[in-house]
Design a protein around this ligand. Structure first.
Ligand SMILES: NC(=O)c1ccc[n+]([C@@H]2O[C@H](COP(=O)([O-])OP(=O)(O)OC[C@H]3O[C@@H](n4cnc5c(N)ncnc54)[C@H](O)[C@@H]3O)[C@@H](O)[C@H]2O)c1
Length: 295
């Protein structure tokens, strides 16, 4: 299968390109930015141009669409929303017209974690799963929710199968060491909002999920929330619930919960299991190890 990866010069895109090539996929990579050390030649294009996607999709059977403004940090709300939605619509219309049937899209946890700061949690239930209703708290999350609705439309009206991945905070090996360093522990809450429930995901695991989705026939539109208990360190589930989520309904008794996230549906449907963080929190130290723990 030949796959177009957009945002191929980005953090997740560059890792995804390598993972797909290693698995034997033919890959085309595009980005607005050029990257000399990319594993695939970057075809420079601006997806804000509605004409740009057509030559890029030529010969491809699937798209992994990662190119977007990845937060509100770089731009204001209007530009972030307008440009994300515009590039996503430009791409999806070209996908429809050129007859492709599979799209994997990088959405965000911020579609569902709208309550921010020190206010009580607005999560509807715990453990979190892939069925969480949207509740964006800013224009970035809103741009991703709008795109999920667009994907749903293209699935229903045009038979384009798609998965929106509501990625949490994506971390690499360097950040993992930082997260596991006890001296940084008290800063952890600074990484995330309460309603992100201390979750994260290794970039490599995000790429391996994209690979698993491309290999699995999945009909229609679906949302996955692929996250692991990452940043709560040695805080137990019961402690986290007591300190941060005492107002949130639990779907299981707290003492039976092994984590704040349930990814079992994703594993059941795709076979994907994250290499790091699946069984115990990413931030957990290996018993007996000194300094920064490794697994
Ligand atoms: N990094 C995270 O923690 C995280 C979490 C949740 C979701 N996501 C999503 O995952 C995707 C990848 O994130 P990332 O961390 O690799 O971000 P990144 O900024 O490293 O990569 C995004 C890429 O998109 C490209 N791009 C932006 N506008 C473009 C345009 N108009 N035309 C063509 N290319 C354009 C950028 O040049 C960049 O290389 C994004 O859609 C982001 O919203 C990331």
């Amino acid at each position: 299968m030949k796959v177009l990866v957009t945002g191929a010069a980005g953090r997740l895109g560059s890792v995804t390109v390598r993972a797909l090539l290693a698995a034997g996929f033919e890959v085309r990579g595009t980005d607005r930015a050029y990257r000399a050390d990319s594993a695939v030649r970057i075809e420079v294009a601006n997806l804000l141009d509605p004409v740009a996607p057509y030559p890029l999709l030529e010969g491809c059977q699937a798209v992994v669409h990662l190119a977007n403004h990845p937060s509100l940090i770089q731009n204001d709300s209007v530009r972030t929303f307008n440009e994300n939605v515009t590039m996503n619509m430009n791409l999806l219309e070209a996908v429809r017209q050129m007859g492709l049937k599979k799209v994997v899209f990088a959405s965000t946890i911020q579609v569902q974690s709208g309550r921010r700061g020190e206010q009580p949690s607005a999560l509807p239930y715990l453990p979190l799963d892939s069925e969480l209703p949207p509740n964006p708290g800013n224009a970035y999350g809103l741009s991703k929710q709008a795109t999920e609705i667009m994907l749903q439309f293209y699935a229903r009206q045009h038979g384009i199968h798609s998965v929106a991945l509501r990625f949490p905070y994506l971390i690499d090996r360097e950040m993992l060491a930082h997260v596991r360093d006890p001296s940084h522990r008290r800063h952890r809450m600074g990484y995330v909002n309460r309603d992100e429930a201390f979750t994260c995901l290794m970039v490599d695991d995000a790429a391996s999920l994209i690979l698993a989705i491309l290999k699995t026939p999945l009909e229609g539109f679906r949302v996955y929330f692929p996250a692991v208990d990452g940043l709560r360190g040695e805080m137990t589930v019961a402690q986290a619930i007591h300190d941060h989520f005492s107002n949130v309904p639990l779907r299981q008794p707290a003492e039976e919960m092994t984590g704040l996230v349930d990814i079992s549906r994703i594993t059941r449907e795709t076979g994907w299991v994250p290499a790091i963080g699946g069984a115990e929190p990413v931030g957990a130290r290996v018993p007996g190890a000194s300094g920064v723990a490794g697994r």
